[in-house]
Design a protein around this ligand. Structure first.
Ligand code: ZN
Ligand code: ZN
Length: 425
C-alpha cells in the first residue's frame, strides 16, 4: 500500500493561484505555484511549503495563475523545474511583466526568476522523467500552446493533474485526449464545471458577423485579449474568416506571438497563425496608435484582456464615446476588473461616463465546460478519487455533484486551501 498526500496550497475553492503538492514518504512534488489577484488588484500568493522538502516543480503552462509564485522557491533552494520547451520560453516574459506591473507586492526579484530558469528542465509532451520517487510524464492539455497535464507515477500508483484543460479543438491547440490513460487519482480544474459552452464555430461566426456589421457602418472594433493564447486564437479566427479586414495587433501580444510562432510543433493551425501575424499589422509606437483610432472600419486586437492596463485600455477610452464603434470582449472577466464593469454597468471606471460604443461578450473559453470535464473523468481508466480545484465555490460544488452522479463509486473531494487529503492506494 502506498500512502499519498495531496496538499492544496492554492486553487482550493477559487480560480487561479494553482498550487498542489503531492507528498510521498516525506518529500513533495509541486504541481504549479501560481498567483491570483484580489479585487483591489493585489497579487495573492499560495501557502508556503518548505523548499527543502520539494523534489521538483512541474509547471503546467505559462499563465501567471500557474507560475507566478514559482520563483519564490528559489530564494533559498535549488530544485529542478520541469515544463515543456515552449512554456520555458514564455516563463521569463510573463514573470518579467508581472514584476514590472506588480513589483511592489512581489516577495521575489529578477534573481530568483533567473535561478528558476537556470534550473528548468525541458520535457516534451508524452515523454517521461524521474525526480526522486516521482515518475513524471506530460500530456497535451489543449488549453494554450505549450500547456500540459501532468501524470505522476509513485510506486505504480498514478495521479493525473489537469492544470487548465480544454476538450474542444481550437485554431491554436489540439484538444486533450485521455481515453485509456490510467490514473488512480484525478486532480481536475473546474473553472466552467457548471457551464455549457456554445459550439465554437457558432461563436466564431457570431464574432465575425458582429465585426462586419460595425466595420460596414464605418465604426472601429476593439477586441481586448489576454496576450498569451486568446490573442493568437482571435487573430487566427479573423484571418480564416475575413482575411481582407484591416487588423492591428498591439501590446504584449506582439512579443508573445513571436515566441509562440517559433514552436510550430505546439500549434494546431500553424499556417493560419503565421499568415495572420505576417499579413495583419503590428502596432509599433504610440504615435501609430493615435493614427489608428482616427481610421474608419478597422479591427484592433490588443492586450490586456480585462482592460487592466495595456494599450487596450487606451483604445477603449478613445473608442468609447462613439456609438458606431464596438468593444468585443472575448476573455474571462474577473470580478472588479474594468472589463467586468464595462459588461455590468457600461462604464470602464467607477464614476466614469457611460460608454456609447456597443459592448458584447463572446465565449472563446480555453477551458473545458462541464460536459468536457465529465468526459475526462469518464475516459480515464481506473480512476477512484477525483479532487476538484480551480473553480469558484458555487461552480465547484455543482461540478462535484455532477461527478458523483456520473459514478457513485468515485470518491470526490472539494478541498479548500490548506487542506491535506491522505489517500491509501
Ligand atoms: Zn488557470
Ligand atoms: Zn491557464
Amino acid at each position: 500500500m502506498v500512502d499519498l498526500e495531496v496538499k492544496v496550497l492554492g486553487g482550493g475553492r477559487e480560480v487561479g493561484r494553482s498550487a498542489i503538492a503531492i507528498g510521498y514518504s516525506g518529500k513533495y512534488l509541486l504541481l504549479d505555484y501560481g498567483i491570483n489577484f484580489s479585487e483591489d488588484d493585489i497579487p495573492q500568493f499560495p501557502q508556503h511549503i518548505r523548499p527543502s522538502l520539494i523534489e521538483g516543480i512541474v509547471l503546467s503552462h505559462a499563465h501567471l495563475d500557474h507560475i507566478g509564485a514559482a520563483p519564490l522557491i528559489y530564494s533559498s533552494y535549488r530544485v529542478p523545474t520541469i515544463t515543456t520547451r515552449l512554456t520555458k520560453s514564455l516563463i521569463g516574459i510573463m514573470i518579467e511583466d508581472f514584476l514590472k506591473i506588480s513589483g511592489y507586492y512581489i516577495p521575489y526579484e529578477y534573481n530568483e526568476l533567473n535561478t528558476l530558469l537556470d534550473n528548468t528542465l525541458e520535457l516534451d509532451l508524452n515523454e517521461s522523467l524521474e525526480v526522486g520517487d516521482f515518475h513524471i510524464k506530460l500530456l497535451n492539455a489543449g488549453h494554450i500552446p505549450g500547456s500540459a497535464m501532468v501524470l505522476v507515477d509513485v510506486e505504480g500508483y498514478k495521479v493525473l493533474y489537469t492544470g487548465d484543460v480544454n476538450t474542444i479543438e481550437t485554431k491554436l491547440v489540439k484538444p486533450v485526449h485521455v481515453d485509456g490513460v490510467e490514473a488512480d487519482i484525478l486532480i481536475t480544474e473546474a473553472t466552467y464545471g457548471d457551464t455549457q459552452h456554445p459550439p465554437r464555430d457558432y461563436v466564431e461566426r457570431e464574432l465575425i458577423n458582429s465585426i462586419i456589421d460595425t466595420v460596414d457602418s464605418g465604426g472601429n472594433v476593439l477586441i481586448p485579449v489576454f496576450s498569451l493564447g486568446r490573442a493568437q486564437e482571435i487573430l487566427c479566427v479573423l484571418y480564416q474568416y475575413a482575411p481582407g479586414l484591416t487588423v492591428y495587433y498591439d501590446g504584449m501580444v506582439r512579443r508573445i506571438s513571436e515566441v509562440i510562432s517559433s514552436y510550430p510543433e505546439y500549434i494546431n493551425r500553424y499556417d493560419l497563425l503565421i499568415k495572420a501575424l505576417r499579413e495583419f499589422n503590428m502596432v509599433r509606437s504610440s504615435s501609430e496608435r493615435k493614427k489608428i483610432i482616427k481610421e474608419k472600419g478597422v479591427v484592433i486586437v490588443a492586450s490586456a484582456g480585462m482592460l487592466k492596463g495595456g494599450p487596450s485600455q487606451y483604445y477603449a477610452k478613445q473608442l468609447s464615446s462613439n456609438s458606431k464603434n464596438s468593444i468585443f470582449l472575448v476573455s474571462y472577466q474577473a470580478r472588479g476588473s474594468p472589463g467586468r464593469k464595462l459588461l455590468e454597468f457600461g462604464v470602464i471606471e467607477d464614476g466614469g461616463s457611460l460608454i456609447k460604443a456597443k459592448i458584447r461578450w463572446f465565449d472563446f473559453s480555453s477551458h473545458a465546460d462541464s460536459e468536457g470535464l465529465l468526459k475526462i473523468v469518464g475516459g480515464l481508466r481506473g480512476v477512484k478519487h477525483v479532487i476538484v480545484v480551480h473553480s469558484e465555490e458555487s461552480v465547484g460544488k455543482e461540478f462535484v455533484s455532477r461527478v458523483s452522479s456520473l459514478d457513485s463509486s468515485l470518491k470526490v473531494y472539494y478541498p479548500a486551501n490548506g487542506d491535506v487529503i491522505h489517500i491509501n492506494v
